[in-house]
Design a protein. Structure first.
Length: 320
C-alpha cells in the first residue's frame, strides 16, 4: 500500500480551552471551551479514524491491531504515540505524569513523556517547567503551605520554542499559548495545583498530591537540548529531540524536498501554510491542520510548498 493515512482529529472540551482550534485550524469544535485536538490518536479516550484510501473509516487502534505490517510489525501492544494541538486560552493545571512502571502498576496504562513545540504565544506568555524543592520533604511542605511562587519555576516562551517534558517533570502550559504536543499514548495526569478554579457546576477539580509526590523528579533537572538543523535548497529540517519514546522534527518547506524512510513509520502535522505531499507518483494536497501517517509501506515521499511548516515524529526504540 503506497499511500499516506490521513487521520480525522478528535476534539476535546477543557475548562481552560478556547476557540482557536476553530478560528485558526477550521475544526468543528464542540464548544467555545475546546482545548485539545487529538490529531493522531489511538487512545481509547479519543481515537481517530483514517479519512482516505484503502482503509477509509477504519479506527487507528483497529488498523494498528489488524494490520501490523503497516507499522513494521511492532512489539508495542498499543499505538504508542499521540499528537495533539492544544489551545490554552487559560492556564492548564500544574501537573505531572508518571513513568511507564508507575503508570502501568497504578493506572493500567503507559506513563507519559511528552514535548511541546510553541506554535504561537501571547506577549509575556509563560509556562511552568520544573520546581525549586530539593527533597520530597521540602516539596511536600511547600505544597501543604501553598507556597506556589516559591515552589514553581516560571519560564517566558515565544513562538518557535521547544520543550522536552520527561515523565516526572512538574509543568503547566500558561494561558495564551498554542502548542503542538507529541507524547506517549497515555491520558494519566496528576494535578498538583489548579489555581482554585471551579467548573460550571461550581466544583473544583480533583488534585492528586500523593501521586504527584511519588512520581515527581526531585530535585528537578533540565534535560539537555541538542537541536540539529540542516538546509537543502532553502528547505530546513530541524531535529528537536531523539528520545527513547520518539524523535521529533520540524520541516520548513520553501520549495520541494524529497525524503526517504528512516523509521518504521512517520507522523506528520501541518501547522502553517499549505502545499502537497507526493507518494508513489500521486499528489495529495496539504493544508494547515492536516495530520497524516506515512506507514511502513511508504519508503519515500516528497513535500512541496512555498512556506509550509510541519511537525513530524517517529517512534523511539521503546516503541518500535
Amino acid at each position: 500500500m503506497q499511500e499516506p493515512l490521513f487521520i480525522q482529529p478528535v476534539l476535546q472540551e477543557k475548562i481552560w480551552g478556547g476557540t482557536k482550534l476553530r478560528d485558526i485550524y477550521g475544526y468543528d469544535i464542540p464548544s467555545n471551551h475546546t482545548g485539545e485536538c487529538w490529531a493522531i490518536s489511538a487512545h481509547p479516550d479519543g481515537t481517530g479514524a483514517v479519512e482516505n484510501g484503502t482503509y477509509a473509516g477504519t479506527r487507528l487502534d483497529v488498523l494498528y491491531a489488524e494490520h501490523p505490517e503497516l507499522f513494521e510489525n511492532p512489539t508495542s501492544p498499543v499505538f504508542p504515540l499521540l499528537t495533539k494541538i492544544i489551545d490554552a486560552a487559560e492556564a492548564l493545571s500544574v501537573q505531572v505524569h508518571p513513568d511507564d512502571a508507575y503508570g502501568l502498576k497504578h493506572e493500567g496504562e503507559l506513563g507519559k513523556t511528552e514535548c511541546w513545540y510553541i506554535i504561537d504565544a501571547d506577549d509575556d506568555a509563560e509556562i511552568i517547567y520544573g520546581h525549586n524543592a530539593q527533597t520530597k520533604e521540602q516539596f511536600s511542605e511547600m505544597v501543604d503551605a501553598g507556597d506556589w511562587e516559591g515552589l514553581l519555576r516560571h519560564i517566558k516562551v515565544k513562538k518557535g520554542d521547544f520543550f522536552f517534558v520527561p515523565s516526572g517533570t512538574i509543568h503547566a502550559i500558561g494561558g495564551g499559548i498554542t502548542i503542538l504536543e507529541t507524547q506517549q499514548s497515555s491520558n494519566t495526569t496528576y494535578r498538583v495545583y489548579d489555581f482554585d478554579r471551579k467548573d460550571d457546576q461550581g466544583n473544583t477539580r480533583d488534585l492528586h498530591i500523593q501521586q504527584s509526590i511519588d512520581v515527581s523528579m526531585i530535585p528537578h533537572k533540565d534535560p539537555a537540548n541538542h537541536f540539529e538543523t540542516s538546509t537543502v535548497d532553502g528547505n530546513t529540517v530541524t531535529t528537536f529531540i531523539e528520545s527513547d519514546y520518539f524523535t521529533v522534527y520540524k520541516w520548513n518547506i520553501l520549495s520541494e524536498l524529497a525524503f526517504k524512510k528512516t523509521a518504521p513509520y512517520t507522523l506528520g502535522s501541518v501547522i502553517e501554510g499549505s502545499g502537497s505531499l507526493t507518494v508513489a507518483g500521486k499528489v495529495y494536497p496539504l493544508h494547515k491542520g492536516d495530520h497524516f501517517i506515512l506507514p511502513a509501506t511508504v519508503s519515500a515521499w516528497t513535500l512541496s510548498g512555498s512556506n509550509m511548516e510541519l511537525i513530524a515524529s517517529t517512534p523511539g526504540p521503546k516503541n518500535s
